[in-house]
Design a protein around this ligand. Sequence first.
Ligand SMILES: Cc1ncc(COP(=O)(O)O)c(C=O)c1O
Length: 422
Amino acid sequence: MLADSPIWHPFTPYLSDTPILITKAKGCKLFTKEERAILDGISSWWVTLHEHAHEYITEAIYKQSQQLEQVIFAGFTHEQAQHLAQRLLSILPNKALSKVFFSDDGSTAVEVALKMTFQYFYNQDIHHKKKVIAFEGAYHGDTFGAMSVGERSPFNAPYVPYLFETKFIPLPNCENFSEVFETFCQLAHSQEVAAFIFEPLIQGAGGMRIYQAEYLDSLIQEAHKHGIVCIADEVMTGFGRTGELFASSQLQHQPDIFCLSKGLTGGFLPLGVTVCADFIYDAYRTDDFMKTFFHGHSFTANPLACAAANASLDLLLTEECYQKRKRIHKRHTQFLQELQRCSAVENVRCIGTIAAFDVKTAEYTSYVNEARGKLYAFFINRNVLLRPLGNVVYILPPYNISDDELDTIYDVCLDLAKNPNL
Ligand SMILES: Cc1ncc(COP(=O)(O)O)c(C=O)c1O
């Protein structure tokens, strides 16, 4: 019984089923002690990039653990972090980036981006730029800054009195774009806006909502005219999930700050980075001690995590990995063509390696839609891990998933779409 366990699990209501005990993972499968194999269709919360227990990454972590497992990162540095920082700067699409700040996960990467931006203005004695613009439906993490720039929802309702104010604008589409742009311009003109934060091209937790690069491009261009710092939260989209290495690779106008985590270490160890443009760091280039960025975590740039990230990049940056992502996209597209013929689903959509669809219910589409529990049970009872966001089902697999494994996932989704009882 969950109630008997000493563990308080995340995002897990009191009256939940006992969690499944996993003793081993290999490839795209999770195994129980009884050798029940569960196919991981969501990369274990979007982190497992290539496959579980990939030998190349395992080996890199093992080797690193024999050499240097941890060192304080203030006053000291190490080769794995230096190598990783250089590589990230070379593959990120904005060529004006110059500094990589390490933290622990997606939320802290966002937290750092916000603090870095606020202090960028503070260090220049600019005190009127305090507002942040974000999209409705945004999710940027569960720490206070990250919650502040996320959609107000039942999840953060208890903390609303403690969150800073953010201006939310609708996610742009072909119907509302001129209105959204107008609102954005008015906010930007006020000269009170410090930052514009967004999940580029697709909102993840908000329901796998895809939007066009051209709209984001126009907003970034406008933001830059007013000195607003643009923050790309690529915590989910980074490292090839949208096909290109980064979702922002598809933009003409580049963000000034990138937040990365999840797939960064191939999904092996927690690590976050916030990468900023040189003009941001410029505000910190001073001999005034009080203008230091006073932020850091005990495990900043942990060498094991950095070694895992470097090994994961070795795999990611191969032609073979690119072809794997292309294959997944092609397979998703074919599957969705078949799925959209089923009347029980709507809004089938795909970007890169992410496929999603809405299950039609009497309730409107949202995370709190009650279909969530039934859908989750439907899949897990068939040994497929898909964790719907309300009535939104999505597939976000590790890149080494086989065609047969993809077929297994597609088949359960088609079964579901043909099941009139949901
Ligand atoms: C876009 C985005 N930003 C930030 C986060 C928070 O990351 P973490 O859960 O590692 O703190 C998430 C997590 O899902 C995310 O999807």
